[in-house]
Design a protein around this ligand. Structure first.
Ligand code: UDP
Length: 235
């Protein structure tokens, strides 16, 4: 039984969010997205020449994304450098964003994205994807839609949205984690992973609360981009 969440949120409630674009002056586009105690900063460079050259595609551009948790992002200092988890997360972010950015408009080019997790309390791949998507829009890249990403899951008998690390670790309750990414206005899913076991019926419920949560994140993303645009017009 998981009848009350550890942080007292409703089961379908997101953590407090902050979204901001244009946070890295030296990048072509950038964004910061914070949800609870998880924070991601993304910087986008390009379109630029493809390096290494053998990754080049004649008919479209490519995205190369690097995800990294900085050593002080969690209480046990993380060893600097890229591990298997970082590579896997970089891959899923790249795949999801490649569905959003109109890469066919940039043949033989590369868009390089760096995402850093400054604070981690679960859901870092989702926060990274949201931040990277805002950063691509901030860079002025043509996109089919923004990506809004959040994890859902099941703890005990309860379907929950936006799990914290403490919730993920409630193994005796049987926590299941499902990171999701949506193109909200297209109603498309661009990221879906599963850590744990789930029935088809519960997965549908998780996708449903995930979409409602993603729609709220989408609003935050659009508001952050609008604020940036209005500020630019003022100065
Ligand atoms: N985590 C950690 N040390 C690590 C990797 C992860 O403390 O080396 C924590 C961190 O809070 C992270 C969480 O474990 O957010 C869950 O990690 P997971 O691999 O499930 O990915 P995430 O939920 O962050 O997308």
């Amino acid at each position: 039984m998981y009848s009350e969440r550890l942080d007292k949120r409703a089961f379908d409630e997101l953590r407090h969010m902050e979204a901001e674009v244009g946070v890295v002056p030296n990048a072509d586009g950038s964004a910061r997205f914070k949800i609870g105690n998880t924070e991601a900063i993304a910087a986008v460079y390009g379109p630029q020449e493809v390096k290494p050259k053998h990754f080049e595609r004649a008919d479209r551009g490519i995205i190369i994304c690097k995800y990294d948790m900085i050593p002080f992002s969690v209480s046990d200092r993380i060893k600097p450098g890229i591990d298997r988890r970082d590579m896997e997360i970089s891959g899923v972010i790249t795949n999801a964003l490649s569905r959003a950015v109109m890469l066919e408009e940039f043949p033989k080019s590369m868009i390089a994205i760096n995402v850093y997790i400054t604070q981690a309390d679960a859901g870092t791949r989702c926060a990274s994807l949201t931040a990277a998507s805002m950063a691509c829009a901030d860079a002025g890249l043509p996109m089919r839609d923004l990506v809004a990403s959040v994890a859902g899951g099941k703890i005990g008998d309860s379907i929950v949205l936006d799990l914290t690390k403490d919730e993920e670790d409630l193994h005796e309750e049987g926590a299941t984690d499902v990171p999701m990414g949506f193109l909200p206005s297209k109603n498309e899913v661009v990221l879906l992973q599963l850590d744990g076991k789930i029935s088809q019926e519960d997965l549908k419920k998780i996708l449903a609360i995930g979409k409602v949560g993603a729609d709220k994140i989408y609003q935050m993303e659009k508001e952050a981009l609008k604020r940036r645009f209005l500020d630019e017009n003022k100065s």
